[in-house]
Each structure stands twice: as structure tokens, then as C-alpha cells.
Ligand binder design. Structure first.
Ligand SMILES: Nc1ncnc2c1ncn2[C@@H]1O[C@H](COP(=O)(O)OP(=O)(O)OP(=O)(O)O)[C@@H](O)[C@H]1O
Length: 453
């Protein structure tokens, strides 16, 4: 077994932790004594973005009986695109019930654990998997283009305009503020701007200001020197410094505590930072993109956000529309979210009722909600067709609009006309005679029912 003390001098290794359960588990704390750096992801696109930018050789999938089907489908996709990765499955249930699906795990995973886990054994398996993966010849990830999630799907005027603005904004280096409701695609826009900019070959560092614990946020952003505070056993390079020559994306900027807003403003004005406990300023050259789903102008008026920082960030502005503002893109976006799952099951599709429900829903959680609902529906559906019920409780209750009398009459007329046309080998005069109506009336009805001859 690998003992933490023996690993003190070992190089830190990286493991991807795909948490299908969104369960709160501090894997970093559990595995750091064994010199593992843990990257947590909960969605396919997060995993792909991470794997595209990092050499990761081992991954753990955390699942339960209810998420195993979704998990195996996603792992199968990731294995075909990133074959270098050795997967280990960890079930939070004591056993996986669906034997057909669980058998698949032996195809894709080198080991399987179930709750409760022995962390030393897991660390041993991870070390073994890492060593095995390193012995493989360098395999280049394939099919990555098909996973290139940094694309805004949609042909509506709103998205066309958004893409145009992105192109223009990518050409310049000024600070940018992206606004829009939660889940609209602000993060995706920041990725696109970075990719299309002259800084594309340098890092895009993404910080969620709302997700960092307040006690850590200063050292996470600005870094610290060894011994700067109790527990600072090593020097730590902060996120801002790591964005040197690239782009720094400050998500949920409205959540940044006021005292750190001062430090950030200082950086924006001087392009220098000081690590905690450090004496000398360090110059950092990076483009700043900030995003918020709250109204920063109101936050300024209410004293929750510094006016001077707001003006520094708000040099360029990009508003991402809510999904209900570009409904015509819903179907195409939903189909794009189904694509990764169609690699495992090519017959998978949406029913007409599912599409109609998606088109009429308000989408308060925007594209992210659509994505989550599609992933959920893939797990819930029984055959190959996703129904409105599979999309969630709310969708099961949506009553499909009933057709009015005229529409129903038109349906019946269409059926009768088509039947007569087929019976009479497409001879319109004969079909009209058959129905005891004139040719003119027949043609009028064909036009009314929109039948293409
Ligand atoms: N037009 C689009 N086409 C395809 N995928 C999209 C589109 N817009 C958003 N997405 C996807 O929707 C998900 C949510 O988008 P994103 O994380 O960028 O939203 P956000 O506005 O930054 O959310 P938050 O405010 O919560 O940070 C992501 O997986 C993103 O790739």
C-alpha cells in the first residue's frame, strides 16, 4: 500500500473525479496525503474542457444505481476520445442492481469500489493505474473536435448578433463585463472570446468568485509565499499570476467581498500583484473578463460593489440573452446535448411531445437547465424515445394544446384526400370523381390542407 509519508518527495499527480451524484465529498482532502491533485467535475462538458487542456491519466466515477446508466454512457464517450485514461468506478450504493449495465463497467473500468471505501486501497489502485497509463505509448486524444463544446449553438437573430459581438470583442484587449441570467452561456462566451483572441495559446484561468471560501479567496487569487501564515508549507501561485499572458475570467464578480475588490482594483490599475507574505510586486499581463447574473449597477447603489471597480470592468459589455428570448434555438441546442449519448445509443431521439413541451416552457435556468433536463431524460427514458415525462415532473404536467375544430377537420380532410389520391394512382380527376366533388374543389382542398403533390 502507498503510505502518505513515503510519498512526501513524490511528484503530485492529477486525478479527474467525475461526480455523477453531485455529492458533497472532499476528495482533495482525502487524497492529498497521497500526493493527488483532484479535479472535480459533474458534467460531460466540464470533463471535456478539463481533459482538453490537461494531461490526465486516471479518473474516478462516483455513481449510484440510479446514475449508473448515465455514467456508463458518458464514460464510454470519454474513453473513445481520451483512451489514455484509466477509469475506476466507485458506487455509493453497496451494489449496482442493473447487472446488464454494471457488467459494462468491467469493459471500461480497471477497478470497482463500493461504499464504504478504504481510502488507502483506492490510493493504491490510483497509483497502480497511473503507472500503467504512463507505460502506454503516447496516444493522442481523438474525436476532440466532436466534443468542442465551446460553440454557441443557434441560428436566431439573437445568437447571430451575440456571435458577431464576440468576434469584435476578441480582437481587442479591453476589460469586459458579461451580463445575463444564470445558465445563459456567459462562461461559454468568455471561452469563445479567449479562443478567438491573440491570447488563445496562453491560459484561460476561470475563477468563480462565489464558490471560493472567504478565508481562502485572497491566497487563491493572489497566491502566498512559504510561511505566510500557519499551514502555508509551500509557495502558492495564485490564479491571477497563472493567467499571465492569457485571460482571467472572474465569474460571479458580484460575490467578491468588498475588501478584495480593493485589491482587484489595484491590480487592474497597476497590473501588479503581491503574494501574501511577499515583499515585491509581480507584474501580470492578462485580459480581464468578468461575469455576473446580478444587477451590478444596483449593487453599486446599495454599496455592495465598488463604483470605481465597476467602471474599470465595464469598459466593454456583452449581454447574453435568456433562452426564452431565442426559443427558435431550443430544439437545435437540445439535440446537440443528446449527441454524446447517441454514440452509445444511435436510436435515441426526442418525441414530438417532448420538443413541443421544451418549446413552450419558460426555462428559468436557461441553457444549463435544458442541458441538465436532457441528461436526466437520457437516464429516465425506457425505450429509445425521450417523452415529455422523461424531462421532469413539470413537463409531465404540461397539457399539450388541443387542436381546435377547424384544425381537426383539416386533419380528417387531409387523410381522406391523400387516401383518394393514392387509391387513384395520383390521377386527380379520378380522385375527385371518387369523392364526388369537382376538380376545382379538390384542388382548393389540397391547397387548404397544404398537401404537396
Ligand atoms: N447557445 C449554446 N449552445 C450550446 N451550449 C450552450 C449554449 N449556451 C450555453 N450553453 C451551455 O450551457 C451550460 C451553461 O452555460 P454557462 O456555464 O456558460 O452559463 P453561465 O451564464 O456562465 O451560468 P452562471 O451564471 O450560472 O455562471 C454550459 O454547459 C454551456 O456550454
Amino acid at each position: 500500500m502507498e503510505k502518505p509519508d513515503k510519498l512526501n518527495r513524490a511528484k503530485e499527480r492529477t486525478v479527474l473525479c467525475f461526480n455523477f451524484e453531485h455529492a458533497k465529498m472532499n476528495w482533495q482532502r482525502k487524497l492529498s496525503p497521497f500526493k493527488w491533485k483532484v479535479h472535480n467535475v459533474t458534467t460531460l462538458s466540464q470533463a471535456v474542457n478539463l481533459l482538453k487542456g490537461n494531461t490526465i491519466l486516471v479518473a474516478i466515477a462516483i455513481l449510484t444505481a440510479s446514475t449508473q446508466k448515465q455514467a456508463i454512457s458518458i464514460i464510454a464517450n470519454l474513453v473513445s476520445s481520451f483512451p489514455q485514461i484509466k477509469w475506476i468506478a466507485y458506487s455509493l450504493d453497496d451494489n449496482l442492481k442493473n447487472s446488464a449495465v454494471s457488467a459494462k463497467f468491467s469493459e471500461y473500468c480497471i477497478d470497482y469500489f463500493h461504499y464504504p471505501i478504504c481510502i488507502e486501497r483506492l490510493a493504491h489502485t490510483l497509483g497502480h493505474a497511473y503507472g500503467m497509463a504512463q507505460l502506454q505509448p503516447q496516444i493522442k486524444a481523438k474525436n476532440i473536435a466532436s466534443y468542442d463544446t465551446a460553440t454557441l449553438i443557434g441560428k436566431s437573430n439573437e445568437l447571430r448578433q451575440l456571435n458577431n459581438h464576440i468576434k469584435k470583442i476578441a480582437k481587442v484587449d479591453s476589460s469586459l463585463l458579461i451580463t445575463g441570467e444564470t445558465g445563459t452561456g456567459k462562461d461559454l462566451c468568455a471561452q469563445l472570446i479567449h479562443q478567438q483572441s491573440a491570447r488563445a495559446n496562453s491560459p484561460l484561468i476561470n475563477i468563480n468568485c462565489g464558490a471560493l471560501p472567504e478565508s481562502l479567496i485572497h491566497s487563491e487569487l493572489f497566491g502566498h509565499e512559504k510561511g505566510a501564515f500557519t499551514g502555508a508549507i509551500d509557495k502558492y501561485i495564485g490564479h491571477i499570476e497563472r493567467a499571465h499572458q492569457g485571460t482571467l475570467f472572474l465569474d460571479e464578480i458580484g460575490d467578491l467581498p468588498l475588501e478584495l475588490q480593493v485589491n482587484l482594483l489595484h491590480f487592474l490599475e497597476n497590473h501588479t500583484i503581491e503574494r501574501l507574505g511577499g515583499a515585491k510586486p509581480i507584474t501580470v499581463d492578462c485580459r480581464i473578463i468578468a461575469a455576473t447574473h446580478i444587477d451590478l449597477e444596483t449593487a453599486v447603489v446599495e454599496g455592495r460593489f465598488r463604483k470605481d471597480l465597476f467602471h474599470r470592468l465595464n469598459i466593454l459589455r456583452l449581454r447574453v440573452p435568456g433562452l426564452r428570448e431565442h426559443r427558435e434555438d431550443i430544439e437545435a441546442i437540445a439535440i446537440s446535448f443528446l449527441k454524446p449519448f447517441q454514440q452509445a445509443n444511435p436510436k435515441l431521439k426526442f418525441s414530438n411531445s417532448a420538443i413541443e413541451c421544451m418549446l413552450s416552457y419558460e426555462w428559468p435556468g436557461n441553457v444549463r437547465e435544458l442541458k441538465n433536463r436532457v441528461e436526466r431524460a437520457v437516464v429516465m427514458q425506457d425505450g429509445n424515445t425521450i417523452s415529455n415525462k422523461d424531462l421532469g415532473h413539470h413537463f409531465a404536467k404540461i397539457k399539450m394544446p388541443t387542436k381546435n375544430l377547424n384544425q381537426q377537420r383539416e386533419d380528417i380532410d387531409t387523410e381522406i384526400l391523400l387516401d383518394a389520391i393514392t387509391r387513384n394512382n395520383h390521377n386527380i380527376s379520378a380522385a375527385a370523381r371518387d369523392l364526388k366533388i369537382s376538380r376545382t374543389t379538390f384542388y382548393r382542398l389540397i391547397k387548404k390542407c397544404n398537401i404537396k403533390l
